[in-house]
Design a protein around this ligand. Structure first.
Ligand code: BDP
Length: 715
């Protein structure tokens, strides 16, 4: 051992300046999940005194700096505690490192793939090895090691082999070039385009670190409703600066592009994807991008959707459009993420349209195209069944798109931990290829052996000091990264891990708040859209309840009445075989199950069925009563969350406490608003009483209908 250690190039000892913790009462959330970066009180593992790094690259420099500051901070604190420690070393590197090459069987490392890593404790030498096949793998191994030191140090005694499920784990920023963020509830865009390329927002480095710490390795910098200007030389120079900063953190940059760019920017008569001059324009543009950014990831395209241009403008298909871009990107190993979020106002059911348009194109896309599909068939609702496209396109790679920003779940004001939503989606069985062909397995290469795989999340990040508009919303960025890495990690484990790193090691705190987090999304479903209801939100802003909303001349599928269809008979959208027959798009047994109200899971009942107010639910209640119970339960849950949080004051920083407590007050107030608005409005159809044992509404329907929502307070 000693001989081998002598051969390594660099030994770093920890006596650098300590990374100072924030004084109490000042915790503004800027440090994200590094806020409570400390060892658990009962830590009795090693006191690491040295780390051995024998390779050099910008990524290894980051690794070295992480170790210097982190371990110094951890063990400076720890010496003050009463832990039993022994001086251990860490050796980190790839097979280029002799010690690693001699200590690790190459087959084990093979299982780690290109981004994964192994962590192995060698008891005889008292040395912990972090080994990977690439520099990026070493970086991810570093963050994993540090996370475990702070949250579950015992795990470091066992062999750890990690290999991410998805190859591309990508944030989608809906950031506009003017600095606004579409559906952003955390301030303006972090890119500060106007300052670039001369000046870089220093927070971009913190952003890169945060992403790398949870395994995110790609970012789409601009809105899917893309301005063609992003492809101007002037903007590409700016993008290059961002890409250069993100690169050592293992993060590739992607751009959303406007399909009409050849016409708008290049002055061509049109942007028909089959015309040679259009292809040439894209080929040249792509060459220009790779000249500046050699590891550029590729394009995201929203085409022929919500007014965006696309190949259908020229009578071409989505495949024609996607393939033309894919061919331009292919020589550089770039990819196209072509969105399937399409629906046109004349269809009988918006939920069916993506499937109808894309399923016939299965097998027609190039290998470097992924079809980007939202989790549900409509639009990021608090709850939706899975999109039927998952598993249905055997010869096409699908990249799931989740929404981290809570457009439909109370912005950054309501505490809704999305780990449970993401998990429910990823673990749903599509049955498309028999049992256990879950969404994660049909998209991560397990079932279809796709050569490229990925998962995308619409970012909730902005310039706010706490990044996400609230402390609680940070958990959704965190859980997206962790599940993109490993969709089988329980949402509860991730919630607890996040709580511990963000707030406190206290086990009561973690247990109680973990419970709140696990229930939080269901509470939002209950007080907004229970039993399969959906899209009852206010016109355009999508915040509060407006189930009554009518806008003369508006697209019907943008109005709540299109979705709830409440009338004197009952409520719900009939998507069964007697209605729009959307059920037909699912594989058996889902199809039969969704088609029959008796078999349909009640959480999706009104998604698939229009049922009478007196329909008997499985618990014996009538549908109207059950709806009242669900809305009331949502309010009770929100009140309970506030109560639990308020009893946790002693465990958290004063500022974190107060800011979160204020948000929970808002949430309770608005849960009541939701309950009252929906029940009073639906009552005008049901003509039934709210069960006497439940709280009466505190508002009047007329008063609620007059409320004008001021978005300014929520951005
Ligand atoms: C909807 C949003 C809209 C987005 C669109 C999309 O309301 O702002 O542009 O999705 O995903 O949810 O393209």
């Amino acid at each position: 051992m000693k001989l081998i250690l002598k051969r390594v190039v660099c030994i770093v000892l920890f006596f650098a300046a300590a990374n100072v913790m924030l004084a109490s009462g000042t915790n503004d959330g800027s440090k994200l999940w590094f806020t409570n970066f400390s060892l658990p009180a009962d830590y009795n593992g090693h006191e690491f005194s040295s780390v051995v790094i024998s390779e050099y690259s910008p990524t290894f420099e980051i690794i070295q700096n992480e170790f210097i500051s982190s371990l110094n901070q951890l063990f400076t604190q720890n010496t003050k505690s009463n832990s039993k420690t022994s001086a251990g070393s860490i050796c980190i590197g790839t097979l280029q490192n002799d010690f690693i090459a001699n200590s690790i069987q190459p087959e084990i490392l093979k299982n780690a793939g290109s981004d994964g890593f192994i962590i192995k404790y060698l008891a005889d030498d008292d040395i912990t090895i972090i080994a990977a096949n690439t520099d990026n793998g070493c970086l991810y191994g570093t963050y994993h090691f540090l996370r475990l030191l702070c949250t579950n140090p015992q795990a470091l005694n066992d062999l750890i082999v990690e290999n991410p499920a998805y190859k591309r784990r990508i944030l989608n920023h809906w950031d506009n070039l003017d600095g606004t963020v579409e559906r952003g509830y955390a301030g303006r865009s972090i890119w500060l385009w106007d300052d670039l390329p001369e000046k870089l927002n220093p927070r971009i480095i913190d952003y890169a670190r945060a992403n790398a710490s949870i395994g995110i390795n790609g970012t789409v910098l601009n809105n899917v409703n893309a301005s063609p200007a992003i492809l101007k030389e002037e903007y590409l120079q700016k993008v290059k600066v961002v890409a250069d900063v993100l690169r050592p953190y293992g993060i590739q940059v992607y751009l959303s592009v406007n399909f009409s760019s050849p016409k708008i920017l290049g002055g061509l008569p049109d942007s028909d994807p089959l015309k040679p001059e259009v292809k040439d324009w894209w080929n040249n543009k792509v060459a220009e991008i790779y000249q500046l950014i050699p590891d550029f990831g590729g394009f995201v395209v929203k085409a022929n959707s919500e007014g965006q241009p696309g190949p259908q403008d020229y009578g071409r298909t989505h495949a024609d459009g996607a393939n033309m871009l894919a061919d331009a990107l292919n020589p550089y190993k770039g990819i196209v993420m072509w969105r399937a979020f399409v629906y046109n106002p004349s269809g009988d059911d918006r939920a069916k349209q993506a499937y109808n348009e894309f399923k016939p194109l299965d097998g027609k896309f190039r290998n470097n195209v992924m079809i980007q599909v939202k989790n549900g068939p409509v639009d990021f609702q608090p709850r939706e069944p899975i999109s039927p496209l998952f598993g249905a396109m055997e010869h096409t790679t699908l990249i799931p798109e989740l929404q981290i920003t809570k457009e439909y779940l109370g912005f950054s004001d309501h505490w809704a931990y999305l780990g449970t939503l993401f998990q429910e989606f990823l673990q749903t069985d599509t049955y498309q290829k028999g049992r256990n062909t879950t969404v994660s397995r049909v998209t991560n290469g397990d079932v279809f052996n796709d050569s490229i795989t990925g998962i995308a999340g619409v970012s909730n990040i902005g310039q706010d000091i706490n990044w996400c508009g609230s402390h609680s919303a940070q958990a959704n960025w965190y859980v997206f990264g962790r599940l993109a890495w490993n969709p089988d990690l329980p949402a509860k484990t991730i919630a607890e891990e996040w709580l511990e790193q963000t707030f406190s090691h206290n086990t009561t705190f973690i247990k109680e708040m973990g419970r709140v987090m696990m229930e939080s999304r269901e509470a939002v479903v209950n007080y907004m859209t229970p039993l399969g209801l959906h899209h009852l939100m206010g016109w355009s802003h999508h915040y509060g309840p407006e189930p009554w909303c009518e806008i003369p001349g508006a697209r019907p599928d943008w109005l709540p009445t299109y979705y709830h269809k409440a009338d004197s008979y009952g409520i719900g959208f009939n998507r069964s075989s007697t209605g729009s027959n959307a059920v037909e798009q699912y594989a058996e047994p889902l199809k039969t199950m969704f088609d029959d109200p008796q078999l349909c899971p009640e959480k999706f009942l009104l998604w698939f069925h229009h049922l009478p107010w007196d329909y008997t639910m499985s618990n014996g209640r009538e549908l109207w009563d059950e709806l009242c119970y669900k809305y009331s339960e949502g309010v009770t849950q929100a009140k309970r969350f506030r109560e639990t949080w308020n009893s946790m004051e002693k465990f958290v920083d004063e500022r974190q406490f107060k800011e979160t407590s204020d948000k929970l007050d808002t949430q309770v107030k608005e849960a009541i608003w939701w309950r009252d608005a929906c029940l009073l409005y639906f009552q005008t159809f049901s003509k039934r009483e709210i069960p006497a044992e439940l709280d009466e509404p505190v508002h009047q329907l007329d008063e609620l209908k007059k409320l004008k929502f001021d978005l300014k307070h929520h951005n």
